[in-house]
Design a protein around this ligand. Structure first.
Ligand SMILES: [Zn+2]
Length: 134
């Protein structure tokens, strides 16, 4: 990875980011209580079970909250303005991401979103969200 605005990928998140490169969004699913979570970790934050596995998410989400970032320090200034968002995945986890292809006037709480996979200039894929049906 060459771009400076890349995440730090550790041993817990490596499989998650590898799936994103294949245009798949995963959640950490607990085989004990059935709840899903993110970020990826080797246990369930709901019941502390270590019987967790990555499963594919539907990609559907609802907009929880957002902020429009007009200025940011390097290296995050290259994509301004952008919509920084917290979205609630259908499976339950809340994910920080960006919303693209949506006018500011159309942003609203509970907006139905779907995951999209943006391929950046260096070929790295990041999960973003767009209004559902676009
Ligand atoms: Zn659990």
């Amino acid at each position: 990875m060459s771009a400076p605005d890349r995440p730090t990928i550790d041993s817990d998140s490596q499989a998650w980011w590898a799936a994103v490169q294949d245009h798949k969004l995963l959640v950490n699913t607990c085989r004990t209580c059935g709840q899903a979570s993110l970020y990826v970790r080797p246990f369930c934050p709901h019941c502390w079970s270590e019987d967790v596995a990555l499963t594919q998410a539907s990609g559907r989400a609802r907009l929880y909250t957002w902020s429009i970032v007009h200025r940011n320090a390097a290296p995050f200034d290259v994509r301004t303005p952008y919509v920084l968002a917290m979205v609630d995945l259908e499976e339950g986890p809340r994910l920080m991401t960006v919303v693209e292809d949506c006018t500011v006037e159309n942003l609203c709480a509970d907006l139905n979103l779907e995951v999209a996979f943006r391929t950046d200039e260096d070929g790295f894929v990041v999960p973003v969200f767009r209004p559902a049906g676009n």
